[in-house]
Design a protein around this ligand. Structure first.
Ligand code: MG
Length: 371
């Protein structure tokens, strides 16, 4: 099989209630800049990144796919994913300008498309190609009821509905309000609403400094917080290590770490308890699997951040032994032929061959802003 052509797209899909916010981001659309890789066997693979839907930035990713990496893939066998990953990641002109960021996100989209082809060619869902079994149970936790721009009343109502009506046994809420006392009030109200048996996670999206994170983090134990996510600046390894040592609540991070080397450093420093790699931040499935194996070797749980909006990560969670739980955010569900689905609080194993990334024609017609 040979690669014959690469098409690119940029989807901008509206988020829940037209705008969401955490302590550092405001988003109206989720962006999915990506590519469809065609082969001479008639099989095609789809891969994409996950962004805040900013067109000039998204174009940098698709330009990199098209003009920098595309020529390196022409005529190659898409089965050779590991070989092609190294060829692209170590392409000197691209490596020189970025071993993270734009070039890495572009490589991630390509890598996902190649794995999609590989699984389709085998006639298997990716989780099965990777050796998983659909007897494995993946618990879903919901992040889409906990945004910081929700009023306290809406936040409590949403979290209660997710637990009582939709069957979730875990929810995550955003913290990092201008006045930290408000965060404690929100946590207290949600814990009261969902009861003691439901997992409750909090996410500061890198907003605080170590001092603030320590003083608030000590209070979290009162509310049985399952993990404290991205308390401080993403790259602050010694700061996270200090928090991990001093707080009773476990630390979660990884959604803003770009490379296997980053994960090695944080894990070796004891700076993370719940490891959250993302296939759209790392360079695709190939590097995600390496990071997950690394975490597993340290007996740390892997709970992916879902910049892909679950589609690929669901396959990986089923297949990888470090995973038992996955985040749920539904923004892109309408775009896929087989959208990731939760029933009674647990994910349903996808059945179609591929990595779960095949788009509906209607999604490309309605949401593609690339021209
Ligand atoms: Mg987060």
């Amino acid at each position: 099989m040979k690669i014959t052509r690469i098409d690119t797209f940029i989807l901008h899909v509206p988020v829940t209630r037209s705008q969401i916010a955490d302590s550092t981001h405001q988003v109206t659309h989720w962006g999915a800049p990506g590519c469809i890789i065609h082969t001479d066997a008639g099989i095609f693979g789809t891969g994409y990144s996950g962004t805040h839907g900013h067109l000039p930035t998204d174009r940098l990713i698709t330009d990199c796919i098209e003009h920098t990496f595309g020529p390196l893939l022409a005529g190659e066998d898409p089965h050779a994913v590991q070989h092609l990953w190294r060829k692209l990641a170590h392409f000197p002109p691209a490596q020189w300008v970025g071993r993270g960021g734009i070039t890495h996100l572009a490589l991630g989209a390509i890598d996902i498309a190649l794995w999609d082809i590989k699984a389709k060619a085998a006639g298997l869902p990716l989780w099965q190609l990777l050796g998983g079994s659909d007897s494995k149970i993946i618990q879903a936790y919901n992040t889409d009821g906990g945004w910081l721009n929700w009023s306290l009343a809406d936040l409590v109502a949403d979290c209660r509905r997710l637990v009582e009506e939709e069957g979730y046994s875990g929810v995550k809420i955003k913290v990092g309000s201008p006045n930290p006392t408000d965060d404690l009030r929100r946590i207290e109200a949600v814990r009261e609403a969902i009861g003691p048996a439901v997992k409750l996670m909090v996410d500061a999206n890198g907003r605080w400094d170590v001092t603030t994170a320590l003083s608030l983090g000590h209070r979290f134990a009162d509310f049985d917080i399952f993990w404290f996510e991205e308390p401080i600046w993403y790259d602050d390894l010694p700061g996270h290590a200090e928090l991990a040592r001093k707080l009773a609540t476990p630390i979660a991070l990884g959604e803003q770490l770009y490379s296997l080397d980053n994960f090695r450093d944080f894990i070796r420093a004891g700076a993370v308890h719940f490891v959250q790699p993302d296939v759209v931040r790392l360079a695709g499935i190939t590097e995600w699997w390496q990071a997950a194996d690394l975490a597993y070797a340290h007996r740390l749980p892997v709970v992916s951040h879902i910049g892909d909006m679950m589609q690929v990560h669901l396959h990986l969670a089923i297949a990888h032994p470090a995973c038992t739980m996955l985040e749920y955010i539904p923004w892109l569900r309408r775009c896929f032929v087989e959208p990731a689905t939760v029933r009674n609080g647990y994910f349903v194993a996808p059945q179609q061959p591929g990595a779960g990334t095949t788009l509906k024609d209607s999604a490309l017609n309605e949401f593609n802003v690339r021209n």
